[in-house]
Ligand binder design. Structure first.
Ligand code: NBG
Length: 793
């Protein structure tokens, strides 16, 4: 049999008539990927007797697949050999593949889960949407975020195969489309198990109307095709209008229905019409509320196509579905307008009504009073009048056997607050599964230098059992080891500086502290607080409050995309870019401070940024960040966390020790109290604290210009940000996210980090303690917990 290397050479020859030496990068990429696909073809199948977990998610943020797949297949060395023989650089594919089909932590979590499940032999298949354009590409113009479409398949898509035979019909009111699956292999480490990521693409039933075309009505002749393709054209289409909302609902129904039809078909091939084994054969995990329309859809399919009674169908749903909640933010808990729902999928709405009726009967029997029923109703009018909505989270909790949060504090908040009425009647359904990340991508691949060093010291068992890292603790006081860790960090910082120079054209001095905040841009994540603290340091250095000679030069690095319609988030990006400009132009401080907002932050960028961090900024208002997962990646790569007691930060500090991290700010209890008793007076703090006033006033005192970027009501965006902090807005009180409350303790703690950095080895000891205690945050642990406690797989 020919080897992987030989196959690459053959494919290049057959497909392109080229050799490794003269092939273009794209040709090489396609040949290597195809050869790898060939090597797994006989081990990759859906067939298994084990329990199958179906993970339904609107996002899968896979990142570049080629290196990871080759690593897991054990083929990376062969490729490298071939490349060395032919003078090709190992990292040639860095600019080839993009990571498009997700937005943030929720999508990246799904990708880490796929990797962990396949590595630990859990049958776990992902189902989602094959968007034509994934998340937009971001660039800056005069400090403003601009967006362009990301056509991620422009280099081809060698890691997937179209499965024509498995296409299914999806019916909306007045529109039918094909859902056509594209399957990608998910290869466990050591090729333990090969699972599947199945992404559905929407296609027309009739590609083209010949009669209309003949009649020279060209646009109309393609209408059906365009309407069908629109469904899977973009990730999270702008939903500020009804048309946008409709499209999102269509997307959700599209991939939910396609997936369920697929599962039923596979089930029936084995069991015929007897559905009694369905829930012991399949578990369906709903990743947030986006796929929750699956619940009434499964009822509908079982009743209308399979002839089950509604009660039987409902019972199967309750035994099959499990739901993960990823947010407590009110605006992110999806509620669909009944009117819209009925316009798009009236057939499914009928089952929502039936489920709602069953629910009311059931909770009444449990003793819920008529008055309290309103806290449970799936179909409800929360704003009064006849503006009826469907609460997707409520439907998910009712019609499933498990509801989980993604970090301990988050699960506690769900139980005590967000979903409290449900916890009261179904306490046994609630459980916590703290998120995790895969160490294969986030350490072994992203930081080969550190990984190699760890292997030398404690062996490589950590690659599939991250708890092994604990063995590093015995080196915590070993000077040589700490020096080595410091030099590896420097190397990663130099690499990042070189990359930033190449990508952004910006100079970055690797001897600076790298203080990094990378995540989606959102007010609750408080990038604005970080920006204010930088200004506070800036003014402090200028007026002598901070001693310039004692201050360790620091680079503050940001990466974030703002949702295209989220004006304040875009304003914050502009603000940070303005700060960067101010500092660069000021010779009094520019040898001490640097602010960089990298463009188009994505998985591949994260793989470069995270290993280079000294400080990980995790500064959300306590009680708002469900978990966070970048915090875990930073920890694993030996950065200290500068953070609030929020999300998984709490567990990180619990594992690695408070003395090795930097915690500041109000705890969730305090925030809740401030909210409840209405005693928080942001304006008063602003007026009485000159440091706060000084940095906040830069929004309006002419220090910076927003260059005409407008806010919600047509005022300048900096003015609007200022108002939101000092006055509030129609939908919230002043300083909604308690920036002023935490400002001073944040700045003080940041200065403490800066001071501690002077003692290099003491600082690297903290870093090492973080790496050594990151075991809990492997997604291997998370997946095995789900498998045992939720899926019984
Ligand atoms: C996000 C949370 C993060 C969390 C990820 C993964 C959504 C709706 N939620 O805190 O904001 O880490 O989910 O669980 O994207």
């Amino acid at each position: 049999m020919s080897t992987f290397k030989e196959n690459i050479v053959t494919i290049l020859d057959l497909d392109y008539n080229k050799t490794v030496k003269d092939a273009t990068t794209v040709e090489l990429y396609n040949a290597v990927s195809k050869a790898a696909m060939k090597s797994i073809s006989k081990d990759w199948s859906w067939d298994t007797d084990k329990k199958k977990v179906c993970y339904l998610s609107a996002e899968f943020l896979m990142g570049r697949m080629i290196y990871n797949n080759l690593l897991n297949l054990g083929l990376l060395d062969q490729m490298n050999e071939l490349f060395v023989e032919n003078g090709v650089d190992f990292s040639v594919f860095e600019d080839i593949e993009d990571d498009a089909l997700g937005n943030g932590g929720l999508g990246r979590l799904a990708a880490c889960f796929l990797d962990s499940a396949a590595t630990h032999n859990v049958v776990f298949n992902g189902y989602g949407i094959r968007y034509k354009y994934g998340i937009f590409k971001q660039y800056f113009e005069n400090g403003f975020q601009k967006e362009t479409a990301d056509n991620w398949t422009r280099f081809g898509d060698p890691w997937s195969k179209r499965v024509e035979d498995d296409k299914v019909l999806i019916e909306f009111k007045g529109q039918s489309v094909w859902a056509v699956p594209y399957d990608s292999p998910v290869i466990g480490y050591g090729a333990a198990t090969i699972n599947t990521l199945r992404l559905w693409q929407s296609e027309p039933v009739n590609v083209f109307d010949f009669d209309l075309f003949n009649a020279q009505k060209y646009d109309k002749s393609f209408k059906e095709k365009n309407d069908a393709e629109a469904i899977t054209s973009v990730l999270y289409p702008n939903d500020s209008t009804d048309a946008g909302k409709k499209l999102r609902l269509k997307q959700q129904y599209f991939f939910s229905s396609a997936t369920l039809q697929d599962i039923i078909k596979k089930y029936k091939a084995k069991h015929g019409d007897d559905f009694s084994a369905f829930s012991s054969e399949y578990a369906i995990q709903l990743n947030d509320t986006h796929p929750v329309v699956s619940i009434p859809e499964l009822c509908r399919l079982l009743v209308e196509n399979e002839g089950l009674t509604f009660n039987k169908a409902l019972k199967i749903c309750k035994e099959t579905f499990a739901y993960t909640n990823h947010t407590v933010l009110e605006e992110a808990l999806e509620k669909w307008s009944v009117k819209l729902f009925k316009q798009v999928i009236p057939n499914v709405y009928k089952y929502v009504v039936k489920i709602n009726n069953a629910l009311i009967k059931e909770v009444k029997a449990l003793g819920v009073s008529d008055e309290d029923i309103k806290n449970y109703q799936i179909i409800d009018n929360p704003w009064g009048g006849d503006w009826m909505v469907i609460h997707m989270a409520r439907m998910a909790v009712y019609t499933s056997y498990s509801t989980n949060g993604v970090a301990q504090i988050h699960t506690e908040i769900l139980k005590a607050d967000t979903l409290n009425p449900w916890f009261k009647i179904y306490p046994e359904r609630f459980n916590n599964k703290t998120n995790g990340i895969t160490q294969r991508r986030w350490l072994d691949l992203a930081n080969m230098e550190l990984a190699g060093f760890i292997n030398d010291k404690i062996g490589n068992g950590w690659i599939t059992n991250l708890d092994e890292l604990k063995k590093l603790e015995k080196f915590a006081d070993n000077k040589k080891v700490l020096q080595k860790i410091d030099s590896i960090k420097k190397q990663k910082k130099e690499q990042l500086a070189a990359y930033i120079k190449e990508k952004e054209g910006i100079d970055l001095d690797p001897s600076f502290i790298f203080d990094i905040q990378v995540k989606r841009l959102h007010e609750y994540k408080r990038q604005l607080l970080n920006a204010f603290s930088i200004l506070d340091i800036y003014f402090g250095l200028k007026d002598g409050r901070i001693n310039k000679d004692e201050f360790n030069p620091t680079a503050f690095i940001f990466g974030a995309k703002a949702a295209p319609g989220y004006l304040r988030a875009k304003g914050i990006i502009k603000f940070i870019n303005e700060i960067s400009k101010l500092i660069d132009a000021d010779p009094e401080v520019n040898d001490k401070l640097k602010v960089i907002f990298v463009s188009n932050y994505c998985v591949s960028y994260a793989e470069k940024i995270i290993p280079a961090a000294d400080v990980s900024e995790q500064i959300s208002t306590a009680g708002t960040e469900a978990s966070g997962t970048s915090n875990m990646k930073f920890m694993l790569n030996g950065a200290v966390t500068l953070g609030t007691y929020d999300g998984a930060n709490i567990e990180i500090v619990e594992q690695a020790g408070e003395e090795n991290n930097y915690i500041f700010g109000a705890r969730v209890e305090e925030i809740n109290e401030l909210k409840e008793n209405g005693s928080y007076d942001a304006k008063a703090i602003y007026n009485s604290n000159p440091r706060i006033k000084k940095v906040v006033d830069t929004l309006i005192d002419g220090t910076f210009s927003d260059d005409g970027l407008k806010g919600e009501n047509g005022e300048g965006i900096f003015q609007e940000l200022y108002n939101s902090l000092t006055e509030g807005a129609s939908w919230h009180k002043a300083d909604h996210y308690f920036i002023f409350r935490d400002f001073e303790s944040y700045c003080d703690t940041k200065m403490q980090v800066n001071k501690d950095f002077s003692d290099t080895l003491a600082f690297r000891k903290k870093c090492l303690m973080n790496t050594a205690n990151a075991g809990k945050f492997s997604s291997d642990r998370t997946i095995l917990d789900y498998a045992k406690e939720v899926w019984h797989a």
